[in-house]
Design a protein around this ligand. Structure first.
Ligand code: NAD
Ligand code: GLY
Length: 366
């Protein structure tokens, strides 16, 4: 088992990475001295595969778990479903000393984490991420929240989990499209922080796509280590943590204008990152070679890198971007890449420059 620590003083927590960890969920929770009652929140798809072993493991360790189900998909990441969870928690008499287990991908993790952050003014929670994206990114760092029709993650909180358990076995049931979407966040770490990781991904992408155990473990641990280092230095995103948003301003805008239905999050930020690389080349001198390497790696991972928007869609995209959390005083702030492995934050980018870098492509949002 690989373990990465998120260093946050008395709120530090471990991320364990190994196969078979759901069977050990109860044992790991028991070490944390949490209350006896708990609620496992999951979506219908994940629950079909993993709720039974998770609940059994908790019971075997002496906990009294209840199960709360949610619909699957980005469209379910809403305040309405958060309220449904609150009602279930109240019905099952979940108390201040109780805890929540978020069992699922980033959507379950973000939403269940937000429920944990706000129910009874905050209770403990444990992340059991079951998608690649959630294992390398969303389960770590304490950003939790839900979407509004106006934009992604516009309601949320910082609430750190007590523990993250990345069970590599769960990735075997993940649809291939979802696994590839997770690679968009993996590649992001290479671009923003670690040129060696980027080169390794270029070399070992076929092994990673086949979920070769040693490669998968090493890459997930590397991503978690980077996220832990960044969050450990800047938990509330007052500076460094903003590097994690590379490609996200545009990506979130694309998700919002397609009503969270066309692109998976990873796909939208793939287009966002390639566009950000092109803007970086035009604006701060990212080399043409690095732009090409970035584009090729996303393409080889089977991810979309371009989008063709009608003028009306482009207008809606800019309206959505203006609502992004990264906009200050109406200025669009981008993370741009100087070279692979190094980015700079707070770069002002004009709508004209974004428009120029969004390439025409046969697919459309309609
Ligand atoms: P997701 O949670 O929707 O999971 C993807 C799909 O796969 C769902 O249909 C789910 O039911 C299914 N699934 C999950 N695990 C499975 C498994 N093991 N086997 C079979 N099916 C499985 O999506 P995601 O890509 O994990 O997360 C995307 C969300 O994460 C977005 O809302 C994004 O905004 C958020 N996010 C948050 C952070 C953060 O720091 N909090 C970071 C990145 C992304
Ligand atoms: N995924 C961005 C962050 O955690 O800050």
């Amino acid at each position: 088992m690989r373990t990465v620590k998120v260093p946050l003083a008395n709120r530090s927590y471990p991320i364990h990475i190994a196969a078979g960890l759901i069977a050990a969920l109860g044992k790991h929770c028991a070490r944390l001295k949490l209350g006896q009652r708990c609620a496992v929140i999951s979506d219908s798809t994940v629950a079909r595969h993993y709720s039974k072993p998770a609940l059994a493991s908790l019971k075997a360790a002496g906990f009294a778990p209840v199960f709360i189900g949610q619909p699957a998909g980005e469209q379910a990441k809403t305040l309405k479903n958060v309220q449904a969870c609150y009602n279930q928690l109240a019905k099952h008499r979940i108390e201040r000393g109780s805890f929540i287990v978020a069992l699922g991908g980033g959507i379950v993790g973000d939403m269940a984490g937000f429920v944990a952050a706000t129910y009874l003014r905050g209770i403990d929670f444990v992340q059991v991420p079951t998608t690649l994206l959630a294992q390398v990114d969303s389960s770590v760092g304490g950003k939790v929240g839900v979407n509004l029709p106006a934009g992604k993650n516009l309601v949320g909180a910082f609430h750190q989990p007590k523990l993250v358990l990345c069970d590599l076995d769960t990735l075997r049931t993940l649809p291939e499209r979802e696994f590839r979407a997770g690679l968009a966040e993996v590649i992001k770490y290479g671009i923003i922080y670690d040129a060696k990781l980027f080169a390794r991904l270029e070399r070992e992408l076929p092994k990673l796509l086949k979920q070769h155990p040693a490669t998968l473990t090493a890459v997930i641990a590397c991503c978690c280590q980077i996220k832990a280092e960044v969050v450990g230095q800047d938990e509330k995103e007052t500076g460094l943590r903003a590097i994690l948003n590379f490609g996200h301003t545009l990506g979130h805008g694309l998700e919002a204008i397609s009503k969270y239905g066309k692109y998976l999050h990873g796909e939208a930020i793939s287009i966002g990152q390639v566009t950000a690389a092109k803007i970086s080349q035009a604006q701060i001198g990212l080399s043409a070679k690095d732009t090409a390497r970035i584009t090729t790696l996303f393409e080889n991972a089977g991810l979309p890198t371009r989008v063709k928007l009608t003028p009306a869609q482009t207008r809606r995209l800019f309206t959505a971007i203006q609502l992004d959390k990264k906009v200050t005083a109406g200025q669009i702030n981008f993370v741009l890449a100087k070279k692979i492995g190094q980015v700079i934050t707070g770069q002002k980018v004009s709508p004209a420059s974004i428009r120029q870098s969004l390439n025409p492509h046969p697919s459309s949002l309609n």
